[in-house]
Design a protein around this ligand. Structure first.
Ligand SMILES: NC(=O)C1=CN([C@@H]2O[C@H](COP(=O)(O)OP(=O)(O)OC[C@H]3O[C@@H](n4cnc5c(N)ncnc54)[C@H](O)[C@@H]3O)[C@@H](O)[C@H]2O)C=CC1
Length: 484
């Protein structure tokens, strides 16, 4: 399952397609027998094109610069809106592919002018919106019938994961004008897809089926111009992903194997697992990884690292078994020392900004405390004496399964204050607790927990005057939510 080797960044062959255009060659004229063509094969003209070496006089560009050039510049700099709450997932973040980028929405009253392609794409999106389920079913049916070899890249049982690829593509397309954020998102998506065994030549197949499905369900507005806009957009999207995967191949494996070295049941349904990766696993405190168990092949779920990077290389996760959570139940009730799981690459931008001395206001709800604890350990290890206040919310005293660890950290670090907040009478008091303390004007806020907590926590923080750009949380699935 090697990652692509054919594409690299500009300066060594990536930029400058042979025709000076895109990776795909869009058909601009309808073919005479268009009506007879099988849906999904309509873009048989989509093909990877050769990529000659650039002349040595061309200054070397980084993969990032190349990727950003592929996407037209946003007409208006992205604003800093309130972070959108994460959408519900059945397990932490569930497996949202590698969604983590935040697509800023334009500031109220200042609508940036959309590019012509973006206008056409949004028109298609508006038409397929009411029949999104049908588009999804048709897209996957097409993909697996036309390209049965791709079926093995997806889980045997296509549950909620099923529509994630399509959603990711559609959401990215819809935000094609928003260069800075989209590039990060797509690069992450490309890197994250290495663990599925995605190869560059899979992209045209997906592109054909995407266009086949869209043209069928957006038939009223679909025309050659629209098709050309989608082909250009998909070409850009896929090329950024392919290049990011190729660059990543030079420095990281597509996945890591990790042996469970300890498994501690802290409550009837919460386990703390410690694993040893088979090779060094670099990550930052606050990030998360996708995890696959041997019992549910190709089903990946996200879990945050519950400790800062350790000198012995071990990683830990807090997992709560949730109803119908295949992976979480396996990890809590089945996994034992000696079992081997797979880890995807680290992802997530909810990390500590070490360039400032601002305080940290952290809200952790349930197992959402895991990345918060990792960030506090990170601060402690760096010897940075920044004020940090942790509000740890749980439904009962018993559910404060990691309070001892946090209290120990508090004992040895005078700058840290830990405040357990247990729901009383079914009332969720975590956001109320923030209002009771403060002021928080000199603090950066970090939230981690269930989507409802993130939502009300963000509201509460903004209510007490914490500016949106100082509020951070995992934005897993934000793009998907934005595309809904
Ligand atoms: N395991 C991990 O590594 C991570 C898990 N998460 C997420 O954290 C969540 C943890 O689930 P549980 O432990 O079952 O938490 P839970 O549902 O028991 O909630 C924990 C606490 O969060 C607060 N809370 C919950 N809903 C709220 C709302 N609507 N408004 C205000 N406060 C609210 C309350 O204080 C509650 O006691 C999951 O959604 C998981 O996806 C997030 C990051 C990391």
């Amino acid at each position: 399952m090697d990652a692509p080797t054919t594409t690299t960044s500009a300066g060594n062959g990536a930029a400058g397609d042979s025709d000076g255009g895109s990776w795909f060659t869009p058909r601009t004229q309808p073919s005479p027998d268009r009506d007879q063509e099988i849906e999904g094969n309509r873009l048989a003209g989509l093909r990877p094109v050769g990529r000659p070496q650039e002349p040595s006089t061309v200054p070397q560009r980084t993969p990032d610069e190349t990727a950003r050039e592929r996407i037209p510049p946003f007409q208006d700099p992205p604003s800093s809106p309130p972070p959108r709450p994460a959408a519900p997932g059945e397990e932490h973040g569930s497996e949202q592919s590698v969604f983590e980028a935040r697509i800023p929405t334009p500031r109220a009253g200042r609508t940036p002018e959309a590019s012509p392609d973006a206008v056409l794409i949004r028109r298609t999106m508006a038409e397929i919106g009411p029949v999104a389920d049908k588009v999804t079913s048709y897209f996957y049916a097409l993909l697996f019938v036309q390209h049965p070899d791709l079926r093995s890249l997806f889980p045997p049982a296509m549950d909620a994961q099923r529509d994630r690829l399509l959603k990711a593509l559609l959401t990215a397309a819809e935000h094609i004008d928003n260069t800075p954020v989209l590039v990060d998102y797509l690069q992450n998506l490309g890197r994250g897809h290495r663990k599925y065994g995605t190869q560059p030549d899979h992209y045209p197949a997906v592109g054909e089926c995407l266009i086949g499905s869209l043209s069928r369900y957006a038939a009223t507005t679909w025309d050659d111009e629209t098709e050309a806009a989608w082909v250009r957009t998909y070409t850009t999207i896929s090329q950024v992903m392919i290049d990011a995967a190729a660059a990543d191949e030079l420095r990281s494996p597509p996945w890591w194997l990790a042996e469970v070295v300890s498994h501690e049941l802290r409550t009837a349904d919460i386990a703390v697992l410690t694993v040893r990766p088979n090779q060094p696993y670099p990550f930052l405190a606050g990030q998360y990884a996708s995890v696959e168990t041997p019992w549910w092949p190709r089903i990946w779920r996200h879990y945050s690292f519950a400790s800062a990077p350790r000198s012995d290389g071990l990683l830990s996760f807090h997992v709560k078994a949730v109803p119908a959570g295949w992976v979480s139940n396996a990890l809590v009730h089945r996994a034992r020392p000696g079992d081997v799981i797979r880890l995807g690459p680290p992802a997530g931008a909810m990390t500590v900004d070490h360039s400032t001395d601002s305080g940290l206001l952290c809200l952790g709800g349930g197992t959402g405390i895991a990345p918060i604890k990792a960030m506090i350990e990170d601060l402690a290890e760096r010897g940075r004496h920044r004020p940090a206040e942790v509000f740890y919310g749980a439904r009962s005293d018993q559910d404060l399964y990691d309070i001892d660890t946090l209290l120990r950290l508090q004992q040895s670090n005078s700058w840290l204050k830990v405040r357990p907040v247990v729901d009383r009478h079914g009332l969720l008091q975590l956001p109320d607790a923030i209002r009771e303390y403060g002021p928080w004007t000199e603090y950066d806020a970090y939230l981690s927990g269930p989507p409802g907590m993130i939502r009300s926590g963000v509201d509460a923080l903004r209510g007490v005057g914490v500016p949106s750009d100082r509020i951070r949380h995992d934005s897993v699935e934000e793009l998907v939510a934005a595309g809904d």
